[in-house]
Every structure is written in structure tokens, then in C-alpha cells.
Design a protein around this ligand. Structure first.
Ligand code: NAP
Ligand code: MG
Length: 472
């Protein structure tokens, strides 16, 4: 058990203002593996003051020097790869192979992209008779969720630092240990005191205090649409910039002529990864009526291969979900799906066989899902796939866009151009064409209620800049 009592504020680990703690639970064993301080408004205030004090110096630091510090941060994170993976396995329950490849390596990659972009970004441009300066927005309050805990931290902090902003981070209460590792990497990288500050704590206490703080110039929030809506109202009401990365219910559209086996198997894998706790997961699979039954059979067989198991075993592909509440929520959705008329073709709401402890959910496929069903509309955030039928391309477009969300999606067709033509008609922020690879430079973010703003790459950096025009 690791008992921590510090917050990383102004370049040092400081005792928290009050003595409340948060217990960190391993979702596979249900054991308490650590405690961190539950920060209050007082800690948030100290962190924001430190960030404000550091702002002028960091904003005036030449971009190449900022880039060098972010490069050092990249190296410090890369050196911690195994510790990061083991920590995310312990506090989130992510299978260790996935934790290495995604939870550890992806944020290292993203930090690397910002070490480059910080130096290359055009912070000044000439526009007719004007010189346009792209200046840092100021002090950024970052609030992050537990599902990709280090990635979501790096996707905010690295571009903010690259832009010349300073940051106060409030990470999710379920995954504060990897956030502490990040702060250790910041310290090792030699970033000036106060440029990055960490306050662990509860959302309605520390998170709320950060979002409301007068000394914060911009809030970047990733989490549920329910909380994001409230954050947006508070920050918008104060006439400050807000970035929101929220939920999703993304469509995976298999057009006639697509490689059915490949598309279905990759589609199932996309939903089962991270126990379905991925905001951009393709949780609605849309299949043409002619091949629908065949697709359902392939999906059920593919899902059955994701046997729930010990996340520390490198062979495990499906770990538990993050906590008991999440398990209740996910199994409740599976029950609702069946009650509303969907057919269970794999998995189900009962605990997996042979599992005595841990918050496990069986890999589940629901067939015969229709657009008005709850499991077609709401984000489940668990290993649950809904397979839906369409009769023609027009209906496929209609169903795909019949969602309040619009974060991601996929299109499979006989050739890329046909898939691209279909993707142009989708109301969503990111679409993978015929299994196109993840690109860490591609802008990521939502249409509709999936959010406001974009993260990653140059678009993610631009979020943290404001423009000033000088007329010469
Ligand atoms: P959440 O409850 O909205 O929490 C997100 C963060 O906000 C946590 O740090 C949370 O603290 C904090 N928070 C809670 N109440 C707050 C308040 N009143 N004021 C300020 N901060 C507050 O979401 P979650 O359950 O952690 O994550 C799951 C959801 O996030 C899913 O809906 C998923 O789709 C979405 N998500 C979206 C993206 C994306 O990029 N679009 C990425 C990942 C997740 P606590 O941890 O203490 O609750
Ligand atoms: Mg929460």
C-alpha cells in the first residue's frame, strides 16, 4: 500500500491543506492499493497562484527552449514505461499488454509530438499589413477522467506547455497514482516551478474549485457529458475559454462489399479494448440486411475470445471495469437492452464464470438493436456491442447520425474512396477508413454533444493560443 500525502505545487511536493484522503482500489482484486490526499479549495488556490506566478516567465521562454523541456518530459515518461503500465494495470484494471502498448506508449508518443510542435509551430504570421501573434491563453485548469488516465493528462498538459501556458491538473479520483508519476516526470524534466501543478481530489470539491477559480483563464475538461455541461456553463458564464471532450456512441458502418470478417473482428476488438471504457469506441455496428446474420455470428464468436482474466497476466485481453458502480451501470444497460427487445448473442449481465472477485463484466454482443433502444442511444462505457441492421445506404447514414453524440466512427467498403464518400456524410469528429491507423497528430474531438474543441497535433496546440493583431 502506498500512502501519499503530498500535492505537487510550485515545483515541490507539499502537504495538503486538510487531512482527507482518497483510497485507490484495484478493480481486479478489490484491494486498497494506495491513498492520496483529497485536495480542497485551499490546495487549488495555492496551485493556481503558483501557476499564475510562473506564467510570465514560461510564456516569454523561447519556443525552442520550451520544446527542449517537453523533450525532457518525454524522456522522463519513456524511462518510466514499465512503472506507468503496472500502475495503470493496478488502478484501472487494464490488461498489462494493453497498458504497455496504449496507456504507457501512447502518451509518450504524444509528448514527443509536442516536443517537436513546440519548436515548429508558427507563433507569428504576416497577414496583409498585420502581424498576428499567437499568444498563450494563460493559466489552464485541466480536469481529466480515469479511462485513459495518462493519455488524457498528456493530451492537455503537453500542448498547453508548448503554447506557453501553465497548468493546474485535477485528475480522476479512481486513477490518481499515474498522475503522481506524471508529476515526478515533470520534476525530473526540469520544468520551472509552477508551470505544472497537481491537486488530487474529488470532482465536486477540488474539480469544482478549479473550474470556478478566478485565476484560471481556460478550462480543459474530459469526462462525462453530464459534468461537462455544468463545467461549460460555469466557464462560459465567466467568459473564459473552455474545451470539452465528452462522451460518444460511435457508429461502425460496414458497407456492402467490405471485408466482413475483418471489419467485424476489428470492430469487436475496438469495443472490448480497455473493457469498453473508451469514449471513441465504435459501440454501434451497422450491417447491411443481406449479411446481417453472418456478421452477428462472427461478432459473437469474436467476443467469446475476450475471456475476462487477471490483468497482470500478459495473455489477458479483457480486464475488469474500473469500479463497482461502473459494473452495476454496465450490467444494468445489458438488462435494459434485453428488456427492450435486443437479443443476447454473447455475454450477459451475470458475473463471468469462475470469477470470485473483481469488477468483471462478460464481453457482450446485443443483436437486433433498433435506433430507439436505450442501448443504441446511451453511452454504456463497458464491453458491450450493439449490432444494428440497415436496408440501404441512405438508412445507414440516417442511423449513424441519429445520435446526440458525434465523437468518432469507422467506415468499411470495397475501396477507400467509397468509404470516404460515406464518411463525408457523417456528423462526427473522427472516422477511420477501412481500418486506418491511429494518428497522434490528427485532431480529436466531438461534433454535437460530444464536445467543444480539438485535442492532439497542431490543432490541439492552437486551442491554448489566443491571437493579437498588430497593424503595421
Ligand atoms: P466524470 O464523472 O465526468 O469525471 C471526469 C472528471 O471530472 C473527473 O476528474 C471528475 O472527478 C471530475 N468532476 C466530477 N464532478 C465535477 C464537478 N462538479 N466539477 C469539476 N470536475 C468534476 O466522468 P468519468 O466517469 O470520470 O469518465 C467517464 C466519461 O468520460 C464517459 O462518459 C466518457 O465518454 C467520457 N470521456 C470522454 C473522453 C473524450 O475525449 N471525449 C475521454 C475519456 C472519457 P472524480 O474523478 O472525482 O469524479
Ligand atoms: Mg466521476
Amino acid at each position: 500500500m502506498q500512502a501519499h500525502n503530498g500535492m505537487y505545487i510550485d515545483g515541490e511536493w507539499r502537504p495538503a491543506a486538510s487531512d482527507g484522503t482518497i483510497e485507490v482500489v484495484n478493480p481486479a482484486t478489490e484491494e486498497i492499493i494506495g491513498t492520496v490526499p483529497a485536495g480542497t479549495a485551499e490546495d487549488v488556490d495555492a496551485a493556481v497562484r503558483a501557476a499564475r506566478a510562473a506564467l510570465p516567465g514560461w510564456a516569454a521562454t523561447p519556443p525552442a527552449d520550451r520544446a527542449a523541456r517537453i523533450g525532457a518530459l518525454h524522456d522522463a515518461l519513456a524511462a518510466r514505461r514499465e512503472t506507468i503500465a503496472a500502475t495503470v494495470t493496478a488502478e484501472l484494471g487494464a490488461p498489462v499488454s494493453f497498458a504497455r502498448a496504449v496507456h504507457a506508449d501512447l502518451p509518450v508518443t504524444v509528448a514527443g509530438t509536442y516536443a517537436r510542435l513546440a519548436a515548429e509551430h508558427p507563433f507569428e504570421e504576416e497577414l496583409g499589413t498585420s502581424r498576428v501573434l499567437h499568444e498563450p491563453v494563460g493559466v489552464v485548469g485541466a480536469v481529466t477522467p480515469w479511462n485513459y488516465p495518462l493519455h488524457q493528462i498528456v493530451a492537455k498538459v503537453a500542448p498547453a506547455l508548448a503554447a506557453g501556458c501553465t497548468v493546474v491538473l485535477k485528475p480522476a479520483e479512481d486513477t490518481p497514482l499515474v498522475a503522481r508519476l506524471f508529476a515526478e516526470a515533470v520534476a525530473e524534466a526540469g520544468l520551472p516551478a509552477g508551470t505544472f501543478n497537481l491537486v488530487t481530489g474529488l470532482g465536486p470539491v477540488a474539480g469544482q474549485a478549479l473550474v470556478e477559480h478566478a485565476g484560471v483563464d481556460m478550462v480543459s475538461f474530459t469526462g462525462s457529458t453530464a459534468v461537462g455541461r455544468r463545467v461549460g456553463a460555469i466557464v462560459g458564464g465567466a467568459v473564459k475559454r473552455v474545451a470539452l471532450e465528452l462522451g460518444g456512441k460511435s457508429a461502425n458502418v460496414l458497407l456492402p462489399g467490405a471485408d466482413l470478417v475483418k471489419a467485424v473482428k476489428i470492430g469487436v476488438g475496438n469495443v472490448m479494448a480497455n473493457s469498453g471504457q473508451t469514449c471513441s469506441a465504435w459501440t454501434r455496428m451497422l450491417v447491411h440486411a443481406d449479411v446481417y446474420d453472418e456478421a452477428v455470428e462472427i461478432a459473437a464468436a469474436a467476443a467469446a475470445k475476450y475471456a475476462p482474466g487477471d490483468p497482470t497476466d500478459p495473455a489477458t485481453r479483457l480486464g475488469p471495469v474500473v469500479n463497482a458502480g461502473q459494473r452495476e451501470r454496465v450490467t444494468g444497460y445489458i438488462r435494459t437492452g434485453v428488456e427492450e427487445g435486443a437479443t443476447l448473442v454473447a455475454g450477459g449481465p451475470e458475473a463471468p464464470e469462475g470469477v470470485e472477485r473483481g469488477y468483471y463484466v462478460r464481453p457482450t454482443v446485443l443483436a437486433g438493436v433498433t435506433p430507439e433502444m436505450t442501448v443504441a442511444r446511451e453511452e454504456i462505457f463497458g464491453p458491450v456491442l450493439s449490432v444494428m441492421r440497415y436496408e440501404d445506404t441512405e438508412e445507414a447514414v440516417r442511423i449513424a447520425n441519429d445520435s446526440e453524440y458525434g465523437l468518432a466512427g469507422a467506415v468499411w467498403a470495397a475501396d477507400d474512396e467509397e468509404a470516404v464518400a460515406f464518411a463525408r456524410r457523417l456528423e462526427t469528429g473522427q472516422v477511420d477508413i477501412n481500418g486506418g491507423r491511429f494518428n497522434p497528430l490528427a485532431p480529436f474531438g466531438g461534433y454535437k454533444r460530444s464536445g467543444v474543441g480539438r485535442e492532439l497535433g497542431p490543432h490541439g496546440l492552437a486551442e491554448y493560443l489566443q491571437t493579437k493583431s498588430l497593424q503595421l
